[in-house]
Design a protein around this ligand. Structure first.
Ligand code: ADP
Ligand code: MG
Length: 675
């Protein structure tokens, strides 16, 4: 089909509490699909106009007839992209903008009704449509991966064993892809929601422990959606495969604007490498379109992000970008630069094609490559090692699925950097010579891809389940609650919470994490066990996990909630966290029977309660903010106390969030935040 332009939308959010309290002025106006921005310093003649596919006014609330809700944004952009995925196109939605402008809100959203973003709505619709349209002739399969790019390093958010630093490679037949990135089979929306939640938790844990700023990382949620049609008469099967990439980009602000210094500045420069390259790629593609010529050189390979998104930017994809705007006058410069960026993006045209029967073709070509590599190696006198039989095609046991990003050969115009692995482009005349090591590596990699393509659906599901158990085991080891009711791990499984766990447990006093990034706040929950007894793990019969315990109930004396790095119930790491950092002791009050929770800092451990450093045991009140070490911030909740406070009609006060925790910490140190 002819090239289609990248769809571009902009969306302006309400004022934040901080902006409201500083009497910020709104510099954005919208009329139809036009957005105007007024320079607060030149209000008379400083207005600039931009026109996009959509201009979303989300600055007010539902009562405003012009208000654009989460649903509306999804219906315009998400539904169209999902329809393209069903047609068999690759699709991509990118969220761009300054930190705090509303990218994650638009992509992921919040848990409350009506607040869910494009990703959960699209996934839910995907499964609803599959259920409606599926038939004996038409079957579907969905696989998911979730990665994060931080400082040009790729981290798999769904595989707990992955420590970050996955390699991005370019396969001559597959295009750029992340080596060893897990792709997990999912059978329902609940499965996907669970993976999203796990991925967000993994991101939060890594960011907190390593003191990373999430605003500097890019999150890429990908869905590989396959449709297989079996013709009942001819018994011939045809397949369409679409890759759906949903990208929440790092904050677009310049590193120097955020006051970054030292390592942070370097990180900023590195992240900006991805964003700056994205800017260059977009400019180069936009220029090529305006001059109606084929782009000569597009620097996709200059950054991990653009390399991975190569197809989505000007290649084989239907792509949409949503630029999130801050309304406030103090963000004028950044917002204007976001509008200009979005304006350039709308010039890009992509050349999407329906990915029909890619797997059959791919497997054929991959096998051809294996043969070629073997010949090359044997000509070089190399032994093959033991596993080369692995690439022999198993005859008919496959439910094939497309590996990442098929390349459009017309767009391989970017020259590989000198450090890149040599490419094998199918034309021996053009191919740089492959040394024996590279050829062997390539051979093994190709065999692995063939093996993955030949994996049955059941095998994939088993792998998904195995990884889920590993993820849960890791979180349990860190003391993070997995179940809604606070059930101890090792007890009978409880139903998983639908989307974005955790829901607060009914009774148990607990901690939730607080984070600067709202997406990462309140997603990790730690129970402070209610007392003296707890189940011994392992008493439950794994065959009938929901049944009664096998032996007589056994209780053991529960140690208090120990926090630290080693031999503890709640495991934290990062700057200033000691091996044994502090204890939470929960004992019933002798008269009321209600749990009283005491925090006991270990000697020399940096521990703050409501901004004040504590060195002696303190009884915690519901709502207290705790800071352990330098970056672990929590809110303590005692459900019973909180209920009583509500019944007494206590005024809610300021939100007990990360900002409050930081503000009071600085105030205790004599720094006035209002300056
Ligand atoms: P970003 O991901 O761009 O850094 P967020 O999506 O986290 O920004 O948004 C910052 C804050 O603003 C969050 O608390 C979010 O809930 C809120 N927010 C953003 N956009 C909207 C919107 N359209 N409506 C209501 N709240 C919003
Ligand atoms: Mg965000």
């Amino acid at each position: 089909m002819a090239g289609a332009s990248v769809k571009v939308a902009v969306r302006v959010r309400p004022f934040s509490a901080r902006e409201s309290s500083r009497q910020a002025k709104c510099v954005i106006q919208m009329q139809g699909n036009t957005t105007c921005i007024t320079n607060p310093k030149l209000p008379k003649d400083g207005t600039k106009h931009f026109t996009f596919d959509y201009s979303y006014w989300s600055h007010t609330s539902e009562e405003d007839p012009n208000f654009a809700s989460q649903r509306r944004v999804y219906q315009d952009i998400g539904e169209e992209m999902l329809a393209h995925a069903f047609e068999g196109y690759n699709v991509c939605i990118l969220a761009y903008g300054q930190t705090g402008a509303g990218k994650s809100y638009t992509m992921m959203g919040r848990q409350e009704p009506g607040q869910r973003g494009i990703i959960p709505q699209l996934c839910e619709d995907l499964f609803a449509r599959m259920a409606r349209e599926g038939s004996p002739e038409l079957s579907f399969s969905v696989e998911v991966s979730y990665l994060e790019i931080y400082c040009e390093r790729v981290r798999d958010l769904l595989n707990p064993k992955s420590r970050g630093g996955l390699r991005v490679r370019e396969h001559p037949l597959l295009g750029p892809y992340v080596q060893d990135l897990s792709r997990l089979a999912v059978a329902s929306f609940a499965d996907i929601a669970d993976l999203m939640d796990s991925g967000n938790k993994a991101r939060t844990v890594a960011a907190t422990n390593m003191n990373e700023t999430s605003s500097r990382s890019h999150a890429v949620f990908s869905i590989v959606f396959s449709q297989r049609r079996q013709d009942p008469l001819s018994e011939l099967a045809t397949e369409k495969v679409s890759r759906i990439s949903l990208v929440d980009l790092a904050g677009s602000e310049r590193a120097d604007a955020s006051g970054a210094k030292g390592i942070r500045l370097k990180e900023g420069a590195n992240i900006n490498k991805s964003l700056t390259t994205l800017g260059k790629v977009i400019s180069a593609l936009a220029e090529a379109t305006s001059k109606k010529k084929k782009p000569e050189f597009i620097p996709y390979r200059d950054s991990v992000l653009t390399w991975l998104l190569k197809e989505n930017l000007g290649g084989n994809s239907r792509t949409a970008m949503i630029a999130a705007l801050s309304p406030a006058d103090c963000s004028y410069e950044e917002t204007l630069s976001t509008l200009r960026y979005a304006d350039r993006t709308k010039q890009i045209r992509c050349h999407a094609v329906i990915n029909e029967d890619p797997n059959a073709r791919l497997i054929r070509e991959l096998r051809r490559e294996v043969t070629r590599l073997r010949e090359l190696l044997s000509a070089q006198g190399e032994g093959f090692g033991g596993n080369l039989g692995a690439c022999a095609p198993p005859p008919s046991r496959r439910a094939p699925h497309l590996p990442p990003g098929l390349t459009d050969p017309s767009l391989t115009s970017s020259a590989p950097p000198s450090t890149a692995p040599p490419t094998l482009n199918g034309d021996p005349g053009l191919e740089p010579p492959l040394g024996p090591t590279e050829a062997m590596e390539r051979l093994q990699e190709t065999e692995k891809i063939i093996a993955e393509l030949n994996e049955t659906w059941e095998e994939k599901l088993r792998r998904t389940e195995a990884l889920r158990l590993e993820r849960e085991a890791l979180l349990a080891e860190m003391g993070v609650a997995l179940r809604e009711d606070g059930g101890t791990v090792g007890g009978p499984p409880q139903p998983l919470t639908p989307l974005f766990t955790p829901k607060p447990p009914k009774q148990t006093p607990h901690l939730v994490n607080l984070n600067e990034d709202p997406l990462m706040s309140e997603c990790l929950l730690y129970h402070i066990k209610d007392g003296i007894t707890r189940w011994v793990g392992g008493l439950w019969d794994p065959q009938t996990p929901s049944g009664p315990p096998l032996g007589p109930p056994q209780f053991v004396f529960s140690p208090p909630g120990r926090v630290g790095r080693v031999d503890v119930d709640i495991k934290l790491s990062g700057p200033s966290i000691q091996d044994q950092h502090c204890l939470f002791r929960s004992c019933p009050d002798p008269s009321s029977g209600e749990a009283v929770v005491t925090l006991e800092p270990c000697e020399g451990a940096e521990t703050y309660v409501n901004g004040k450093q504590v060195t002696e045991p303190v009884v915690l009140k519901s709502g207290s903010r705790l800071i352990l070490g330098q970056n672990h911030v929590f809110r303590f909740t005692h459900p019973e106390q909180a209920r009583r406070q509500r019944e007494r009609g206590a005024s809610p006060g300021p939100p007990l969030d990360w900002n409050l925790a930081q503000r009071e910490l600085l105030e205790q140190q004599g720094i006035d935040m209002r300056l």
